[in-house]
Ligand binder design. Sequence first.
Ligand code: NAD
Ligand code: IPM
Ligand code: MN
Length: 357
Amino acid sequence: QGSVQLAVIPGDGIGQEVTPEALKVLEVAAPSGVKFEQTRYDLGAERYLATGEVLPDSVLGEIRRHDAILLGAVGGKPNDPNLPPGILERGLLLRLRFELDHYVNLRPSRIFPGVTSPLSEAVLKGEEVDFVVVREGTEGPYTGNGGALRVGTPAEVATEVSVNTAYGVERVVRDAFARAQKRPRKKLTLVHKTNVLVHAGSVWWRLTQQVAAEHPDVTVDYMHIDAAMIHMTTNPQRFDVIVTDNLFGDIITDLAAAITGGIGLAASGNVNPDRTAPSMFEPVHGSAPDIAGQQKADPTAAILSTALLLDHLGHPEAAATVERAVLADLSERAEAGDTAPRRTSEVGDAIAARVAG
Ligand code: NAD
Ligand code: IPM
Ligand code: MN
């Protein structure tokens, strides 16, 4: 009840096109008596190129006081000489994830009815594909712990050191077990590369075994990341909850999106389960400079991210309503075929209309 303070960061490229559609849907999906009060933050490439600012401390301080964050995408035009690689990704997106302690990067993957997967019927066998990747969001090779020596010389050495703390690994593993326990199949797969990354691997392996002992009802298995990619393309039905580190999780979830109908449908939440700071919801995709500004982007991923947001804020029924509307829209698409692709705003309008009933 009451008002929800929502920080909105449309960001760059198609982020600016899909975010208004997500807000359109959120507006009509909000339970009666709940008002989403938005503060819009213009952060991203444009601001950086104009002012040199990526995420000023004062803005971060303001964002922190909101109940949740909705983000579109960040990342400017590729090879812009004025935009060093990583400046927005690290300075804006990762800074938010780290500062707000988004240690659970939640990425559900489901083949919705009527959606065409690039996987063949022989692989899918008419069975459900419905798994969730619990990607660690604050550690691993993403911490920026590394450096370079003798840059530009033939003797250059560059390192990116993966940080894996017992504290950080245990908390995300615990969250993944809790999620597995609530799902019908109660299965958890740890994905790592313990055969090569033996130091990090041993922390992940040991803590998973330890937490598993407290959850005898959850079936646990382990796969190396490379083999997991085989199974994801030949038998994705086998997965239920996958827990993995930050970088493996990034890669797995683009493949997961591809096999479940495309990156335009993949939603995510950067969740702070302890609620010490606002969680942030965003599509898995980026700013897609190749199609930006043309109203070609599918806003479904951004819209489904609002369902995750509603659920996180304690409105599961509103979340389910958004999901149902998306499902209905997807089956209508399946019937219409590819003959008449809709504009970004048309998809948003259609889904919002279904939510409004
Ligand atoms: P991308 O996800 O932006 O695009 C990959 C491909 O998918 C492109 O062909 C694009 O057109 C297509 N695509 C993406 N979203 C789509 C949608 N909603 N509908 C239809 N097609 C869609 O990945 P990229 O090209 O590797 O990265 C572009 C920029 O975005 C980079 O600067 C990258 O760092 C950044 N990025 C940001 C985020 C984020 O903000 N969370 C995520 C990924 C990449
Ligand atoms: C994602 C993106 C980000 C990541 C980049 C842009 C920092 O690829 O959200 O999947 O690697 O986490
Ligand atoms: Mn990614």
